[in-house]
Design a protein around this ligand. Sequence first.
Ligand SMILES: [Zn+2]
Length: 586
Amino acid sequence: MPSHFYFPFEKDFDHYSPKVLDGLSEYEKYQLSFHPERPKYLDYLSIFSEVGECLQREEFGANLIQTHRALFIINDEEIPVMLIGQQSGPTSDYKSFQQLATDPELIKSWNHGMPTPASYEKAIEAVALANNESRLIIVFVDTPGADPTEGSEAGGIAWKIGGIIQALVEAKVPTISIIINRGCSGGAIALTGTDITLAMENSTYLVITPEACSSILYHDRHHANEAAEISQITSKEGFSHGIVDALVEEPKGPAHRFHEESIQSLKTALIKNIKKLKEIPIDGVFENRVKRWSKMGQWEEGIKVDRVMKFRLPVPNSNGYIKRHNGCKDQNGKRVFDPVSLEQLTKKDFVCDNCGLRTIRLSAWDYIDLVLDPNSFKEHVETASILDKDILGFPGYGEKLVAEREKTGLPTAMITGDGKIDGNDVVFCTNDFGFLGGSFCMSTGEKIWRAAEIAIHKKVPMILQAAGGGARMHAGCSSMVSIPKAQLAITRVEKAGLPVVTIITDPTLGGVAIGYGSRGIRLFESGAGNIGFSGKRVIEQYTGHPVSKDFQTTAWLTKNGHTDYVVPLRELKHSIKNIIGKNISE
Ligand SMILES: [Zn+2]
C-alpha cells in the first residue's frame, strides 16, 4: 500500500533538494504545482484566528470558492480579514482522499477544481461584505481554469468572472492574492487583480495549459513540455516578468511533503506584506491601486508603423449584390455559390439565410466608419507608438506581428483615438479580430489605460468595441495580467461620471469578455455569435457532446438573460448617440 500520491517523475519520494527541483522538466514542474498533497486553501486557515465560514450556498460549484471571516494577528494587533479561497478538491490528505474517492458523487461535486458561475458569485458577495465590514481581503488562488461547459456559459460565467475582477479593482479595502498551487487561465485572473500578488515558490501562473498550447502550436498534445518551456509558466518566471510581487519560500521538500513549514512560511510573508498594505491610508487605497497597475505590462514604443484602412464590409456590385460567403452549404450539404443581396443580408444582421452562419467579421476600420462621423477619427498620439513586445521569444511571434500589421493596416490589435458621434466628442477604442484573433495582450491593456486618461482629461464618453478570442498566448501569463488593468482604467472613467459604452461583437470570448467586454453599458450586436467565456470547440472537446444550435449567439444570450441592449450593426451609432446624450444631460 502506498502512503502518498506519486508522480512518475518522483524519484526521491520524501525529499526534493533544490538541485532535484531545478532538474525537473518544465512540464514536471507544472505537474508538481498541483500535486494532490500540496496544501489547499482550507489547510492555510490555520494561519488565522476566529475563523468562521460565511456565504454557504448549495448550487453546483459553490464549494470551489469558499469564504471565511477571520482575524490575522500581527504582534498584538488583530486585523479583520475576509478570506476568499479556491478550494480545488476535498482534501490534501492522501488517506482521507482514498476514502472520499469511493463516493463518485462527492468527487463529481469538486468538478476537477473548476469554478462555476456560482463560485464567482460567492466571491463577489464576499468582496461586498469586506467593504461593508472594513476587512482586508486575502485571496487564495488554486485552479486549472473555469468550468468549460454549456451550463456555465448559460449561467454567464464570463460576466461573473468579469464581475469579480471589477469587484476587486473597486474594493474599498486593501487586497492581496496568493497563488498557492496552479493558477491557470481566466479562472485564476478572476482573483489576482489585487494590490499585491504573492506566489508559493513552486506554484505556476499561466494563461493556457501546456497541453492546450501544444495543440495550437504543434497540432497535438504530445509537446506539452516544449509548450511549457516556451510559455514560462512557473511563478518564478512570473516574478521575473513583474506579474508576481514576491515568491513565498517553500521548505526543501517541497510543500506537498512539508505542509506545516509551508503554511508558516506563508504566514511570515503575509505579516510582511500586510504591514505594507496597512501603511496605505484608507482614503488612499484606490490611488495606490491605480499607481500599481499603471506600471503593469511591457511593450515597445517609438517604431513607426504605417496605417492602411482595410475594410471588410463588402461593397456590392451595381445591382446591389455581393459574392456569397465561402463554404456555404444547403441542407443536403451541397455547396451554394449564387450571389446575395447586400440589403437583404444586412436586414438579417449578416446571418446567411441559407446555412444560418454569420458571414462577416468587420475590421476595426469598419467600426470607425460605421460608428463615428465621417473623417472625425484621430488616433491618439499617446497610444499610436505602442507596439507589442515579444517578451518570451515565442517561436514565430515576431514574424507574425509583422504579417498581422501588414494584413490589418493596424499597429496592434487595438487602435484608440478621438472621434465624434453626431458632433459629440468621444474617445473610441476599436479592436480587430483580424489581428491575431483580436487577442487581448499587454498593448491592449496599456492602450485602454491611456485612452481612459484622455477621456477623463477631456471629460468625454469612452466607447469600446470588443472583439477577440481570448488572451494572447504568445506573451504568456503577462497578457492575462493586463486584464484587471483594463478594468481598472474603465472604473476610473466611470468614477469621473463619464459614460462608458461597449459594443460586443463576434467573437467576444475569454480574456476579451472578462475584461473590457464585461464593462460599461453594453450593446450586443444582433446576429453576432461566439460571445462568452470558453469557445464552442473547447466545450465540445471537454464535454464530448455538441452544444445547442444557436449557442453563444446574441439571441441565445438574451434567452439566458445576459444582454443589456441588442442592436443591429447599422443602428449602433444611433444607439450610442442616444445613450451618451442621455448620460451627458443627466
Ligand atoms: Zn451560408
